[in-house]
Every structure is written in C-alpha cells, then in structure tokens.
Design a protein around this ligand. Structure first.
Ligand code: ADP
Ligand code: MG
Length: 372
C-alpha cells in the first residue's frame, strides 16, 4: 500500500490553484476520503464549482475507488444526480473530481434541524432521490451508500427541496459479476455507513439496485418519522459494532409506519409501500425505482411525472403481496412521436412521386395509342 503525498490540514489548501485552473476558495466538508472545496474555474470565467480533492495521505486502494467514482458518476446525467465535469491527477499523484457546486444543505443537516418532515415535503424529496436512482440504475450503476449525508437538498435558483444524490465512491456497475460488497475491505473505512444498508449488503451477499431501493425506503421512513424502521446501534458505536448490531436484528420485521408515527394514520398506502421496500429479500421489494415513484405518488396523493424507465420496469402490474397496492397500474411507456423525415428521405419521396407520374403519363399514352 503506497501513501501519496504528506499529511496536511485541508484548510491550508484554500487559495491553492490546481493545474493552473481551479482555485480553491473555501473548504465545504472534510470527508473520510476527500475534502470538498468551493472553487473557481479560471478557464470558464471563474464559474463556481465544487472540487473533491483526495486526501494526500490516501492509500492507493482508495485512490482506485476515487477514480471509479469519477468514471461512474461522470457518465451519469440526471437533474437528481450531482453533475461531474472533470477528473484529473496532478503531477504529485493527487487526484480531484470537479462537480457542479450545489447550493443548499445535506439531507443530514436538514433532518438534524427539523427532526421530522411533513409527509408531502418528504415525499417530494424522496421522489427526487428515486428519480436519481432511476437514472443511475438505468445506466447500470448501483450507488450502494445512500444515506442522508449523500443526499443534497438544493435550494435557490427557482428550486426548492430538489434532491441530488452525491458520492458515488462506493458505486458499482452491477450485472458484471462484481456486485458483492467486500465487507472486510473498502467499506470499513467509512464510519456510520451501515445504518441505511440493505440486509444483503450487510451480509456481504451479492447485491443489485434493489439494495438502493431499500436504503431509499429507510431514508423516507426516517424523513417522515424521525427514526429508522429497525434498531440501530447508538451514534457512538464504531462501524464494526454498528454492523454487528444490525446483523443481530435482521430477522425482525421492519417497524410499521403508523405504529411509529400514529399521527400518520391516514397513510396506509405509504406504510404498505415502505413495508414492501424494506423487505429483507430483494425479490419482495418493488422491482424498480420507477415503480416506487409511482407507488409513492399514489400513496401520498401527488402527481409526479415518470422518468426514464429503469431495470425491472416496463408496463405491467407490480404485484405487491404485502399490501393493498396490487391494483397499481404502471403507466405504459408512451410511444415516442415519429421523427420528421430526413432530407434524404424527403428526396426519395419526391423521386417516387416523379417516377409514379412518369409511369402514369407513359401508360396513358400507350392506352390512348391502343384505343385510337
Ligand atoms: N457538489 C457539491 N456541492 C456542494 N457540497 C458538496 C458537493 N459534493 C459533496 N458536498 C458536500 O460534501 C460532503 C462530502 O462529500 P462526499 O462526496 O459525500 O464525500 P465523502 O466520500 O467524503 O463522503 C457531502 O455530504 C456534501 O455535504
Ligand atoms: Mg459521502
């Protein structure tokens, strides 16, 4: 394991210019793997960006995780996923990621302040999270580390409570035989991650995008009730301890929404949706983020337009044995409007009409000759 660079206080880097282009103007967050700075792009008229700079002391195995984050996140595009525009490694071996600068606060900050959110507000944020997941899953990317710290609630510029998913550091392309989480390896480095993890992920089994659906449901449950739907170790527990605690309680069914929050008595369908998405067996969960969005809209009585289809989606009925949602009909994907003809197609059509005309004139001439 090689150590890159020397230990430095992240604050002391403010003022530095990376690759003669990105000027670090302030430290936003100092994370486990990288420090996130507000920066200015000198090449693009000092446009503000966010830069996640790998810590100089980062071991090379985590550098690889960082590069994978850049690769996966950079290829995604959705208003609900943070935009990544650049990735570079400096001559000293340190890497950084350039992202759109998000204005607002993390969902963690919002929940710490508000404790609980009104159902409609929480559903709006959850719909954004699910739309982001839908786009990531459609691209074959599973996030694997969905938690309040990794959801940004954007405000300003005409947006309110607009959810954006950040941090694709643990993300993986699924369906390529690399789905299983290496519990003994990379995940150990980040404390507190296990609180939102799906059971199959905690057990180190193969996982797919349905692990993200479980985490999204846990997030929504916390938003509307102020607590998680299963027992979690106290905040001071270390990662291994927290993981052991959750593993010991995995056989217990998830808590019922209306038992935890009796004031939400009217939300029977929301309870059914959360219950289904929190099932320990991924096969019992809703089949896609798109299905969850539609079910959520129905459950809370708001209209949310469906986004691009995602794995497991498609027109059909989601049979949810655990709930009264069996009648949920998916909106069939609308046929795309026919494309206007290309110039080439137009020319072919004109030639066909002309040829038809010539044939008609010649036939008429022969006919006229014959009857004369
Ligand atoms: N593009 C961004 N704009 C503003 N703040 C950000 C941005 N990306 C991340 N952050 C903040 O920095 C924190 C850490 O970023 P994250 O990508 O989650 O790194 P880590 O791998 O250290 O968890 C986030 O929780 C969020 O508050
Ligand atoms: Mg993070």
């Amino acid at each position: 394991m090689r150590i890159v660079g020397i230990l430095r206080d992240p604050e002391t880097r403010v003022g530095e210019v990376l690759d003669a282009r990105y000027e670090l103007v302030g430290l936003l967050e100092s994370g486990a793997v990288g420090d996130v700075y507000r920066a200015r792009d000198r090449r693009l008229e000092f446009r503000e960006v966010a830069i996640k700079l790998l810590k100089p002391e980062t071991p090379t195995d985590q550098v690889a995780r960082f590069k994978r984050e850049a690769l996966l996140a950079g290829g995604l595009s959705s208003p609900h996923l943070v935009g990544v525009s650049d990735f570079a490694t400096m001559p000293d071996g340190q890497s950084y990621l350039v992202m759109e600068l998000l204005q607002g606060e993390s969902l963690l900050g919002l929940l710490q302040r508000e404790h609980r959110l009104p159902v409609q507000r929480a559903a709006h944020i959850a719909d954004g999270i699910l739309a982001g997941l839908e786009a990531a899953h459609t691209a074959g990317v599973v996030h694997r580390d969905l938690k309040p710290e990794n959801v940004f609630v954007v405000a300003g510029a005409g947006l309110r409570d607009h959810a954006k998913i950040v941090d694709f550091g643990f993300a993986r392309l699924f369906g390529k035989g690399v789905d299983a989480l290496d519990v003994t390896g990379e995940v150990r480095v980040v404390a507190g991650t296990v609180s939102y993890m799906a059971p199959e992920q905690l057990r180190g089994e193969r996982l797919d995008y349905r692990a993200d659906l479980y985490s999204a449901a846990a997030l929504l449950f916390r938003m509307v009730t102020g607590q998680l739907p299963y027992p979690v170790a106290d905040a001071n527990a270390g990662m291994a301890q927290a993981a052991r605690f959750r593993l010991a309680h995995l056989d217990e069914p998830p808590a019922k929404l209306r038992v935890v929050a009796p004031d939400l008595d009217a939300y029977e369908r929301l309870e059914a949706l959360l219950d289904a998405a929190l099932q320990p067996d991924p096969a019992d969960r809703p089949p896609s983020a798109g299905h969850m969005r539609l079910a959520l809209a129905e459950a809370v009585g708001i209209t949310m337009p469906p986004q691009a289809s995602s794995p497991g989606s498609g027109a059909g009925v989601w049979q949810n044995p655990a709930s009264g949602l069996n009648d949920l009909r998916l909106v069939p994907q609308a046929e795309p409007p026919p494309l206007p003809p290309s110039p080439f197609e137009r020319r072919v059509r004109v030639l066909k009409v002309l040829a038809g005309g010539v044939v008609a004139v010649v036939s008429a001439w022969f006919l006229w000759r014959a009857i004369r």
